[in-house]
Design a protein around this ligand. Structure first.
Ligand code: ADP
Ligand code: MG
Length: 471
C-alpha cells in the first residue's frame, strides 16, 4: 500500500484596520521602525488593552465568508511564553472561544469540487518583529499588537496541489472581502503547513513547517517533507512532532525545534478584557457589508458566456472586475471582457493607470461594447478611438465624428462601391459561384480596404451577397 499524505494548514492574516487590536497606535506597514507604538504594545505594567471594534467586525466578516458558525459570546485568553518580541510575556488570543468554528472553503480538484473543513478561526494580536543581523538582534514594535486572524483547517488535504489551491482560494476570498491585503512576501499572510504520511486509517505523526514564503514554495515544501518522512519510515525510524522550516536554497525542510504542546503555554482567560457579545443584528449588518465574492462573479460570467480564462483573469484583476459590476445586465460580456482584458488593459498597463482614473465611464464603455456587438463599428475603429475615449470626456459618437470614422450606412454609396469591387474581381466572383467561401471573405476585405474600414460590415455583407446572386 502507498503512503497517504495528510495536510492541515494554519494561516495568519493581518486585518486591514486603522489601529491595532488593543491599542490606538496606527496599524501600518513600511514606515520607520518603532514609530507606530504605544505603551499597550510595549506591555508597560498597568497599561490596559481596549478592544478594537473594527477588528472584531473584520474577523466576523472572515468567519462568515468561510461559512463558519459564529461564537456569539467570546472571551480572550493569554498564551504565555517568553520571547523578546513579546514584552508582556503572553500573547492575547482566543483559545477557548474562537469567533468562528466548523466552516469550510471549497476548492477545485481534478476530481471535482472538494470542501476543506475550517476547524476554527480566531482573533489574536501579532508580536513585534525580530530582525537578526550579524552583530545583533533588533526589534521593531510597529507590528506588535496588529490584529490577526488565524484560520485553522481540518487535516483535509491530501496533495500539494490541494494545499496550494486552498491557500489561493483563501487568499482570493480574504482579498475580495477586504479583510486583509494578504501579501505573503510582506508577511501580512503567513502559512504554516502540517504534513504527515501513513499507510493506515490512523494519521501519522505530523511535522509543522512554519511560515512558508510563497504559494509555490508551499507545494515544494510539502513534496520535500513527504520524501523525508518516507525515507525515515522506510529505514525503520519514527517521526517525532517537530517544528520545521523550508530552506529555499537547500530545497528541503530543516528542523527548528521539537514541538511545544498546548500545556506549555498555560492558557488562561485574559482578565483585563470583558466578554464580547455579538447580537444577531450586528452579525446581519456585517453580512450585508460583504462585497460580491469571486464565486458569485464567476457564476455570473459563466451565465453570460464568458470563457473560463477571461473569467479567471478578471477575478485576478479586482479593479476591472469591480468596474464591470456596474455594467448593465444585457451587455455582451464576451466582447466586454475581451475589450477590458485586451486593448483597455494594454493602455492601463502602459500608462500605469487604474480604470477608474480614466474618462471611460461605464456608460461610454457600454455604448462602445454595444456598437461592437451590433457590428456598427469594427474592432479596427474601436482601436482608433479608444485612447480618446479613455482620455477625453467625449462620447463614442463624438469620437467617431472627430476621427471621421462615422460608419458609411448609406446603401446607395455602398452599392456603388460593392458593384465596382465585383466588376474588378470577376475571378473571385466565379470562385464564389463555385462554392468557395473564402472568395466572399476576400471581396469583403477589398470593400473594407476601399472604404478604409468605415463601411458598415453588416450592410456590406448583405449587399454583397445580394449583388453576387444577381450576377
Ligand atoms: P497546533 O496548534 O499545536 O499546531 P492543532 O491541533 O491546532 O495544533 O493543529 C494544527 C493543524 O495541524 C491543523 O490544521 C490540523 O488540521 C493539522 N493536523 C493535525 N494533525 C495532523 C496530522 N496528523 N497530519 C497533518 N496535519 C495535521
Ligand atoms: Mg500550529
Amino acid at each position: 500500500m502507498e503512503y497517504q499524505t495528510t495536510i492541515g494548514i494554519e494561516v495568519h492574516c493581518e486585518l486591514k484596520t486603522n489601529t491595532k487590536m488593543f491599542s490606538s497606535a496606527k496599524n501600518g506597514y513600511g514606515t520607520t521602525a518603532n514609530s507606530y507604538v504605544n505603551i499597550i504594545d510595549l506591555g508597560y505594567p498597568g497599561a490596559l488593552p481596549i478592544i478594537n471594534k473594527g477588528a472584531i467586525e473584520l474577523a466576523l466578516r472572515a468567519a462568515l465568508v468561510l461559512n463558519c458558525e459564529i461564537n456569539k459570546k467570546m472571551h480572550f485568553d493569554r498564551k504565555n511564553y517568553f520571547y523578546p518580541d513579546l514584552p508582556k510575556g503572553y500573547q492575547i488570543t482566543q483559545a477557548r472561544t474562537p469567533i468562528g468554528i466548523h466552516g469550510y472553503v471549497e476548492i477545485d480538484t481534478p476530481n471535482g469540487k472538494k470542501k476543506i473543513g475550517i476547524h476554527d478561526i480566531h482573533i489574536e494580536e501579532d508580536t513585534a518583529k525580530s530582525i537578526h543581523t550579524a552583530e545583533s538582534s533588533l526589534l521593531d514594535f510597529n507590528r506588535a499588537g496588529v490584529p490577526l486572524i488565524e484560520i485553522v483547517t481540518e487535516p483535509d488535504m491530501n496533495t500539494k496541489e490541494e494545499a496550494m489551491a486552498y491557500v489561493e482560494k483563501l487568499r482570493e476570498l480574504l482579498l475580495y472581502a477586504n479583510i486583509s491585503d494578504c501579501k505573503i512576501e510582506e508577511g501580512s499572510m503567513r502559512c504554516d503547513v502540517n504534513v504527515s504520511i501513513s499507510k493506515t486509517e490512523k494519521l501519522g505523526t505530523r511535522a509543522e513547517i512554519k511560515n512558508i514564503g510563497s504559494i509555490s514554495n508551499i507545494g515544494l515544501a510539502i513534496q520535500k517533507e513527504v520524501e523525508r518522512q518516507q525515507e525515515i519510515y522506510e529505514n525503520g525510524g519514527t517521526i517525532q512532532e517537530e517544528t520545521r522550516r523550508f530552506d529555499e536554497k537547500k530545497g528541503k525542510t530543516v528542523l527548528m525545534r521539537v514541538k511545544e504542546t498546548g500545556n506549555d503555554y498555560r492558557y488562561f482567560p485574559e482578565p483585563d478584557i470583558p466578554y464580547v457579545v455579538l447580537t444577531e443584528e450586528e452579525i446581519e449588518s456585517v453580512k450585508r457589508m460583504i462585497p460580491i465574492l469571486p464565486n458569485v462573479r464567476r457564476d455570473f460570467y459563466k451565465a453570460h458566456g464568458m470563457s473560463d480564462i477571461n473569467s479567471d483573469k478578471l477575478i485576478q484583476n479586482r479593479p476591472l472586475s469591480d468596474y464591470l459590476l456596474k455594467a448593465k445586465e444585457n451587455l455582451d460580456y464576451v466582447i466586454a471582457s475581451n475589450l477590458l482584458l485586451g486593448d483597455i488593459s494594454a493602455y492601463l498597463n502602459k500608462e500605469h493607470k487604474e480604470i477608474e482614473e480614466t474618462m471611460l465611464t461605464i456608460e461610454k464603455f457600454e455604448s462602445l461594447v454595444d456598437k461592437l456587438a451590433s457590428k456598427e463599428i469594427t474592432s479596427k475603429i474601436e482601436k482608433e478611438i479608444l485612447v480618446d475615449l479613455l482620455e477625453k470626456p467625449m462620447s463614442v459618437e463624438e469620437a467617431l465624428k472627430e476621427h471621421h470614422l462615422t460608419l458609411v450606412n448609406d446603401t446607395k454609396v455602398l452599392e456603388e462601391i460593392v458593384t465596382n469591387i465585383i466588376k474588378q474581381n470577376q475571378e473571385s466572383v466565379q470562385d464564389y459561384k463555385n462554392g468557395k467561401d473564402r472568395a466572399l471573405k476576400y471581396l469583403m476585405g477589398q470593400i473594407m480596404k476601399e472604404t478604409k474600414g468605415t463601411a458598415n460590415p453588416v450592410l456590406v455583407n448583405e449587399l454583397l451577397i445580394h449583388l453576387l446572386n444577381e450576377e
